[in-house]
Write a protein that binds this ligand. Structure first.
Ligand code: UDX
Length: 462
């Protein structure tokens, strides 16, 4: 692979082929660009090269098959080679959490050094990972410093002469389960740039999408991403607090959320009460933002509360189960849904797993079912094998149970025949952690039905 160097049709490399990188790479291929994907994990690269997506994301597998065939998406075993063969480098590596809550940027730094070592012409280095608001500056500094020292070490005759590069930030707003929808119909594309050349290249790349492009400075773009996640997480913790109030006074949080969300200044989305938010972004990004704010002496008290409310959700839910069942020790509990949300097999920071672990700690036995996340769950729960049964279907998970918990709102749970589920259970108790099922249907099927933030009971809707 060599850098073809045509600025009108830049070759794009995407470094890091996880939940952000792989959909992003295939999205660019679908938009007509030539894309090279690379990752340090050789096993993952080999799997993708063989045509298999390493995780479940709606629509991703067919797009991978399509663009391996069109040749617009190809894989490289070497990150350095992918950098050399491209003019625009999208950095999509992960930024995991350190013990103290701050973002671990070592993978971003390693990529910056790799870019410095492989500068063979102009490069635009675009950060897509969610990073603290000064990371762009560090990427620029790191590439400059290391490019200089590599050049000196290689001697004046080196082909790695003094090449220009730009740094940019183009935060992703991808929701797992909707990644391709978010890529092809984005509300906006945010690009943070320092030069006209960088702006022109990114505008060209995104031109096929015909959506608003917000052009700002790099640190602003980085902060937009953090602020968006923090605001959405705040909405969820807010509605969960309202749900607790609803339970206390006999109101219905679903109706409150509807009345609230119809005000366009508030909006209806992200007002779904339940067992709290999880996933790879909100919990981690909130902690990183709080850490960053405090480092700058900025009081982020609101966000600390958002985290605190969320941490209490799973404990409160287990209390609700205890209240309905009294003693948990020795009871069998069926669980519907384990992924942190539907349409993904991702279980990172899933509230469902915290609930399962608390139930196991209380001595209960669980029968687990999720349409996509079973393999991932089996990897993290092996030690509790005696108390855990892995099931193949929603019906099987309910068999012989003293209670059934709905923890992830997979669509298929709405299609299950509740009457036959009820007859397979020892006790017809259904606790809906996502307010997803129709309470009337559950009660008509003979269930005692509980949900979050509304006073629905056994014998009819109050
Ligand atoms: C999030 C952001 O939405 C996305 O823009 C960003 O790029 C990455 O982080 P994601 O983590 O994939 O995306 O999932 P999202 O759909 O935002 O849900 C996050 C969590 O909030 C889930 O656990 C979900 O169940 C929960 N949630 C969401 C609620 O509890 N109530 C709601 O109303 C919405």
């Amino acid at each position: 692979m060599e850098n073809s160097g045509n600025p009108a049709r830049p070759v794009i490399s995407v470094l890091g082929l996880g939940h952000v990188g792989l959909p992003t790479a295939l999205g660019f291929a679908e938009m007509g660009w030539e894309v090279i994907g690379a990752d340090d994990d050789a096993g993952k690269v080999a799997l993708i090269k063989s045509g298999k997506s390493p995780f479940f994301e709606p629509g991703l597998q067919p797009l991978l098959t399509k663009h391996l065939e069109t040749g617009r998406f190809r894989l490289s075993e070497s990150v350095g080679e992918a950098i050399r063969a491209s003019q625009v480098v999208f950095v999509c590596v992960s930024t995991p959490q350190k013990e103290d809550g701050s973002a671990d940027l070592s993978q971003v730094e390693a990529v910056a050094r790799n870019i410095a070592q492989n500068l063979n012409g102009y490069k635009l280095v675009v950060s897509k990972s969610t990073v603290p608001a000064i990371t762009g500056q560090w990427i620029r500094r790191t590439i400059s410093r290391f490019a200089e020292s590599y050049r000196r070490a290689a001697g004046a005759s080196s082909k790695n002469g003094s090449f220009e590069f730009d740094v940019a930030s183009n935060p992703e707003f991808l929701q797992e389960g909707k990644a391709l929808e978010n890529i092809f119909q984005p509300d906006r594309v945010v690009i943070g740039v320092e030069t006209d050349q960088a702006r022109r290249i990114l505008e060209t790349i995104y031109q096929p999408l015909k959506c608003p492009i917000v052009v700002v400075r790099i640190s602003t773009a980085e902060l937009v991403k953090h602020a968006a996640n923090a605001f959405l997480a705040t909405k969820i913790s807010f509605v969960n607090m309202v749900a607790d109030l609803c339970e206390a006074v006999g109101a219905d949080v679903g109706e409150v959320a509807k009345g609230l969300g119809l005000d366009p200044r508030i909006g209806r989305q992200f007002l779904q009460a339940g067992i709290g938010f999880g996933g790879s972004c909100f919990p981690k990004d909130l902690r990183a933002l709080i850490y960053m704010a405090e480092e700058h002496g900025v009081d982020c008290g609101i966000l600390r509360e958002v985290v605190r409310v969320n941490l209490r959700r799973t404990r409160l839910f287990v209390k609700k189960i205890q209240k309905a069942l009294w003693v948990l020790r020795g009871k069998t509990i069926g669980i519907w849904g384990l992924a942190f949300k539907p349409d993904t097999d991702d279980i990172r920071e899933a509230p469902s797993l915290k609930i399962v672990k608390e139930l196991l700690g209380e001595g209960a036995c669980v029968r687990l079912y999720d349409p996509k996340a079973m393999a991932n769950v089996q990897r993290v729960l092996p030690e509790s094998a005696a108390q855990v049964t892995y099931c193949q279907s929603a019906e099987e998970a309910a068999r012989g149970a003293a209670a059934l918990l709905l923890l992830t709102e997979w669509k298929e749970f709405r299609d299950v025949d509740l009457a036959s589920v009820r007859s397979a259970m020892d006790v017809p108790l259904l606790i809906d952690g996502r307010n997803f099922l129709d309470p009337h249907a559950a009660i008509a099927a003979g269930f005692e039905y509980h949900c979050v933030g509304c006073a629905v009971a056994t014998d009819g809707i109050k």
